[in-house]
Design a binder for this molecule. Sequence first.
Ligand SMILES: Nc1nc2c(ncn2[C@@H]2O[C@H](COP(=O)(O)OP(=O)(O)OP(=O)(O)O)[C@@H](O)[C@H]2O)c(=O)[nH]1
Length: 385
Amino acid sequence: MFSPLFRNISGCLRTARVLPIIQSNANFSSKRVAIALRSKKAKSDKPTTQYFVDCKHVRTIGGKGGDGCVSFLRLWCNENAGPDGGDGGNGGHVVLQASADVRDLNHVTVQLNADAGDNGRNKDCHGKNAGHTVVKVPLGTIVKSGEGKVVGDLDREGTMFVAARGGAGGKGNHFFISDLEQAPQVAEFGAQGEDKSYVLELRSMAHVGFIGLPNAGKSTLLRAISRARPKVAAYPFTTLKPHLGMVQYDDYEQIAVADLPGLIPDSHKNKGLGIQFLKHAERCNILLFVVDASAAEPWNAYHTLMHELTMFSEELAERPKMIIANKIDLPGAEENVQLLEHHVDVPVVPISAKMGTNVAELLREIRIIYDGVKKEEEGKGRVPE
Ligand SMILES: Nc1nc2c(ncn2[C@@H]2O[C@H](COP(=O)(O)OP(=O)(O)OP(=O)(O)O)[C@@H](O)[C@H]2O)c(=O)[nH]1
C-alpha cells in the first residue's frame, strides 16, 4: 500500500527507536533520523515582555542613485558611433505607511535605509531603479521633524509619508553625446539620497486608558479582561510602560485598552513618571479611573488624579470617564463605594479584578461609553481606529 520510500523511512524510524545508539558504521540517513528524534531543549516558560513603544527617534536615509556609464574614450574618439553607456537607476525612497496590521513602533528600527539604484552599463543598459523601503507604522502616527514641527499625520489606512527621497541616477553616454562640454560635470554619478531624522509618535494609543494611583489594581484588571499579561505585584510602580490589551465582544467589536503606569501627585510637574505618563493618557479616548475601594476615602484618589489631568490639559480632563472601584472583596470596601458615589459626579462601577466580581458588568458599561464616543466621532466624520 505504501511506496517503497515510505517503507524505508518508517523502517529507519523503527530501528532508531529500538536502537537509539548510533553504531560507528551507521550511514548518513540513520544519523539524520537520530538527530530528528533527539528531544528538543524545552523552551523557557517565562513570559517574554514586549513593551509597547509609542515614540521613536528615527534616521531615514534614501538610497543612492546608481552611477551612469560614460565611456569618455568612446565619446572623444568616435563621436558618430552613437551612445553606448546607460543611465544609473534612481535610489529608493524611505516611506512610512499607516497600517492597522501594526499596533506600536516596536518593530521600527532607529535607522531606515533604502536601497541604491543599479549602475548603468555599457551597450545602453540603464541601471534598475531601487524599490522603495516601505515601513508600516500604526494608524495615528504623527511624524515630527528634528525641530519638533509636525510634518506628517498618518491617520488613515494606507496613508504614506516619504521620509527620505532616493538620489537620482547618474547619466550615461546619451546625455553627453550632444554636448561634449558637459562631459566632465558630475551628472555621471548618482546623487546621494536624503538623510533626515524624525520623531514618530503614536497619537491614538487605545480607546480606553486605565488611570490610577500605584497599586490600585490596573494591571490585574487588564489581565482579567484581555489576554495581555502585564506584571502584577504588591508594590507600587510595577508598571513602568503602558501595556495594551484587546477586549473582544460577541459582535466582534474589539476595544483596545491600555494599562498606564501609576500616576502620583505632582506628576504634571514631572514627578514620578510625570509628563510621559500624561502623554500616554492623552492618546486614549476614554479614561477609566481605577481606585482602591478598600482604602479610606477613595474619592481622594479620584480627585488627585483629576487634579493632575486638569493641570496638564483641561481638554484631557473633560474626556468621557468612569470610576472603577476595585478590590470590593476586601473588608470595608462596599461601604466605601457607597460613600464614593456621593463624593463624585461620574458613574462608579464596583468590581474585584482579582476575584472577577462584576467584571462582565464593567465590560458592558465600557461598551456603552465606547459606542457613544464612536457615534460622536462618526458624526464628525472620524471613526476611532
Ligand atoms: N484583594 C484584591 N487585591 C487586588 C485586586 N486587584 C489587584 N489586587 C492586588 O493589588 C496589588 C497591585 O495590583 P496591580 O495590578 O499590580 O496594581 P497596578 O495599579 O497595576 O500597580 P502599578 O503597576 O504600581 O501602577 C497586587 O498585589 C494585586 O494582587 C482585587 O480586586 N482584590
